[in-house]
Structures are given as structure tokens and as C-alpha cells.
Design a protein around this ligand. Structure first.
Ligand code: SF4
Length: 464
């Protein structure tokens, strides 16, 4: 077995009391059975206190136990310093599975156990968005005994949905099962496809919009190959390999003609920043449209570019499509209702200054949006090994990234053109909590994306 991790997974350490959006507030968690038995046996006053906060039964599992939140939505074991009394009294090993696993997310793909950090966690998001180096996929051998142990922890209980502002169980992020009908036949092909798409999305010699268009077009072709695979004499891996080799050949010529930076010369390949992308200091965003990195290196001519003027949705039309899709989701918190209101207000303004937003925030921070696309793709593309819908997984990644951009736009307007790293961490957290922490919402979005033409290749490209 292989252990595959994304980005700064190994660097994560919970910041505990310093966290401004603690996962110990607003989440109602189920306690796994083994931990529950242990808590029942803890002697003394602390054991009595633990048990006094435990209640039997939850929304989805009447046999499990949960900690009842306080009236202000806090875990009753979270003390006034923002620290966990279980850890302080019994040590971190005494935490239940959910608390010890979050914000780590695990998924099995073929012969790999994949792990990433959920961006709803403030510190995980800070790790991602304060660094500009492309997110790396790291692999190392995984001891099979260790694997057995980790996967045995897969009996996370489900959430109890008892309070308006209670998010679903973050353990939905702790371990993701493949589904009842396990089918690993195309896991190697999906692994290959995802790696190629991530490589394209991180090709910083090109503007992000061009990279996303290429990824959408190639995934569309890859999806056709996946669909045809059962009737084809050519193995799917061979077809996919040929598809990407062909794409690489096509890209070489225009890059040379336009004097684009080649992969080998990519200034971000070896160091930590874009050569021509200015990351604005908080509150001092001096970047201008003239610095727009998409102005350089775009090897599509306007005639070939399907997003050329006249073919794109207006910002409001694109937003309407995304909000329509989101309307099928259950609302998990007032934080989300508020976010949607703020987005609507931003887009309803009489004179929305969309070009200023794109020039001052979106283009200079393309690296943030690249990270987001890679994060969502790494995390959700593996599902295609089981449902064969690779195009839907890429569409979800683009959709989720655009929704975060919508909220960025609202914050950017509210703050008169300012947008800090803290704003970035907050906006991704709000969107992640709403769409990633509910199986219902994820399933609804994947299903609706499959049937909504706005999220098929052409419609998606028009929203960029
Ligand atoms: S959200 Fe992340 S950093 Fe904050 S308390 Fe939870 S695990 Fe720690």
C-alpha cells in the first residue's frame, strides 16, 4: 500500500486556543463505541463530569453517544482558554475518533490510502494559503499493518442535527468509504487522470483561466474514453495516456511560437512565488490589471478561446446558475444563509465593479484559486473510480472554487477593495463547511451537476 498526501499535510498541528473558528464550537459529534466505553470507565470527578455531558442516541444512530453542546453551541469540554479538558486531563490519546481525526480526510483509491487536510479548519487553510508553491502530491510506502489499523477506525457515527447552527459531523471528512459496490477497476486510470489534470492546473506558464479550460476539455475527452472503455479493444490507460501525450504535443508548438515559459523554465517550479504575480499585503493591494498574469503566456488565440467576449455568461448569469445548484442543498448554518445574502447583495449593486475585482483580487491571487482547484480535485476525483463520472468531479472542483470566488467578491466589496489572508481563510471555511460537511449536500451537488448543462463543459467554461 502507498500513503499519498496532499500539500502540507505533515505540517499540520492544531492551534487549539488560538483558533478563531474552533471545530469544538458548532459541531455536534458522536462518540465512537470504544471511546464511549473508555469514558464510562474513567474514575473520579473528571470521569463524572465527562459522563454528565454524554447523551445517548443521535439523529442517525440511536445506539451511539454524543456530547451535548452548551446553549452557545460549544463543546462542554472546551474550556474558557479554548483548550480541550479531555486532552488536559487524560491526554490526546483519550480523544474520540472524530476529534483525533479532524481535519484529516482519508480516502482509499486503488492501492493507496490518501490523506488531505480539510480547508474548513482554520490552520489547515492557513497552511495552504500563506504559501504559493504548487501543492505537491507526496507518496510513501505504507505499512499494511498500519493501514489495517487506520481503516479499522472507519466506524464514525453520524451527526445529530439538533440545532440550527450545528454543522454535520466533521468525521464525514475523517474517512470516506468507497461505497457499497466497490469497484477498483479504473483506480489506476483515475489516479493517472487526476495527476495529469493537476499538472495542467499547476502549469503556471499559462494563465489560470486557460489551464482550467484545458482541464475541462481534456476531462470531457477522458470521460468519453471512460464511457467507451467497456466496448473498446484499447485498454483505458493506453487511451488516456495517448490523449495526454497528444495534448502535450499540441501545447509545445504554440508555446514556442509565443515565446512562453517552458515547463523547465517555469519560475515557480523551483522557488516559492510567481515571477509576475504580486501577492498584495493585507490592506495594501496595489496590484493592477496591468499586472494580470493572464495577459501573458496565453497560447490560445481569442478566436480559439471559448471564453472570448460574447460567449461568456455575465457575472450575474454565472452566479444565478451556481445559486440555483446550491438551492438543492440543506442549509447547515446561519453563517451560510448570511454568506448567500452577502453574495446576492454584492451582485445586485447598481454598479458592480467586477473588472476591478478581477484585476485587484482574482488575478493577483490566482495561486489561491489554483490551490483550491487542486484541493477539490485531489479530494473528490477518486470517487470517479467508483461511479465513473470524472467530468462531474472536475465540474464540482470548478463550481466550488467559483462559489468561493463569489464570496470573495462580496467581501472585497464590503471592505472597499481590501482582502486579507484572514478573509481568504474565512471564505473558504464558510463554503467548505456548507458543501463538504454534509453527505446530503455533496450527493445532491454531484447528482445535480450531472444533469445541469450549466456544469457540463460548455456551460462551465462560460462561467469562468
Ligand atoms: S479548526 Fe483546526 S486549528 Fe481550529 S481547533 Fe479545530 S483542528 Fe484546531
Amino acid at each position: 500500500m502507498i500513503l499519498r498526501t496532499l500539500g502540507y499535510y505533515d505540517d499540520f498541528v492544531c492551534i487549539g486556543g488560538a483558533c478563531q473558528n474552533s471545530c469544538c464550537i458548532g459541531w455536534e459529534l458522536d462518540i465512537d463505541e470504544a471511546t464511549c466505553d473508555y469514558y464510562r470507565s474513567v474514575p473520579g470527578p473528571f470521569g463524572d463530569r465527562l459522563r454528565s455531558h454524554m447523551a445517548a442516541g443521535s439523529f442517525r444512530d440511536e445506539d451511539c453517544h454524543t456530547f451535548c453542546l452548551t446553549v452557545d453551541g460549544r463543546c462542554p469540554l472546551l474550556n474558557s482558554d479554548g483548550l480541550c479538558d479531555i486532552v488536559l486531563n487524560l491526554g490526546p490519546e483519550a480523544l474520540c475518533e472524530i476529534c483525533s481525526e479532524y481535519p484529516r480526510y482519508t480516502f482509499e483509491l486503488g492501492d493507496a490510502v490518501e490523506k488531505s487536510l480539510t480547508i474548513s479548519c482554520e490552520e489547515a487553510a492557513r497552511l495552504m494559503f500563506t504559501r504559493t508553491r504548487p501543492l505537491a502530491i507526496n507518496e510513501s510506502p505504507l505499512d499494511t499493518e498500519e493501514t489495517g489499523e487506520e481503516l479499522a477506525g472507519d466506524d464514525f457515527a453520524d451527526t445529530e442535527e439538533s440545532e440550527e447552527d450545528t454543522f454535520e459531523n466533521p468525521a464525514d471528512d475523517g474517512f470516506e468509504e468507497a461505497g457499497d459496490e466497490e469497484n477498483e477497476d479504473i483506480a489506476p486510470e483515475i489516479t493517472f487522470l487526476r495527476a495529469e489534470l493537476i499538472r495542467l492546473l499547476q502549469d503556471r506558464a499559462l494563465p489560470l483561466k486557460t489551464r482550467v479550460i484545458r482541464a475541462i476539455r481534456l476531462t470531457e475527452k477522458a470521460q468519453a474514453l471512460i464511457n467507451e472503455a467497456p466496448l473498446s479493444e484499447t485498454p483505458l490507460m493506453d487511451s488516456l495516456t495517448a490523449l495526454f501525450r497528444e495534448e502535450a504535443d499540441v501545447m509545445v508548438a504554440p508555446a514556442e511560437e509565443n515565446d512562453c515559459v517552458s515547463h523547465g523554465e517555469n519560475p515557480v517550479a523551483e522557488n516559492d512565488s510567481f515571477s509576475h504575480i504580486v501577492r498584495p499585503a493585507a490592506g495594501n493591494d496595489s496590484s493592477s490589471q496591468a499586472e494580470d498574469p493572464t495577459a501573458e503566456g496565453d497560447s490560445f488565440s481569442p478566436a480559439e478561446d471559448p471564453t472570448a467576449e460574447g460567449d461568456s455568461f455575465s457575472p450575474a448569469e454565472g452566479l444565478a446558475a451556481r445559486l440555483d445548484l446550491l438551492s438543492g442543498c440543506e442549509v447547515l448554518s446561519s453563517e451560510w444563509t448570511d454568506a448567500v445574502d452577502r453574495i446576492r447583495t454584492a451582485f445586485d449593486r447598481q454598479t458592480p465593479d467586477w473588472p476591478a475585482f478581477m484585476g485587484k483580487l482574482y488575478y493577483p491571487r490566482q495561486v489561491d484559486y489554483e490551490h483550491l482547484l487542486v484541493y477539490f480535485l485531489f479530494r473528490y476525483m477518486p470517487r470517479a473510480a467508483y461511479d465513473f463520472d470524472a467530468a462531474g468531479k472536475l465540474a464540482f472542483a470548478v463550481f466550488a472554487t467559483l462559489v468561493i470566488r463569489d464570496l470573495d467578491w462580496a467581501v472585497f466589496q464590503e471592505k472597499g477593495g481590501d482582502f486579507t489572508v484572514l478573509d481568504r481563510i474565512r471564505t473558504v471555511g464558510i463554503v467548505s463547511r456548507e458543501i463538504e460537511h454534509s453527505d446530503y449536500n455533496l450527493d445532491t451537488l454531484f447528482e445535480d451537476i450531472a444533469f445541469d448543462e450549466h456544469f457540463h463543459a460548455e456551460g462551465l467554461i462560460r462561467q469562468l
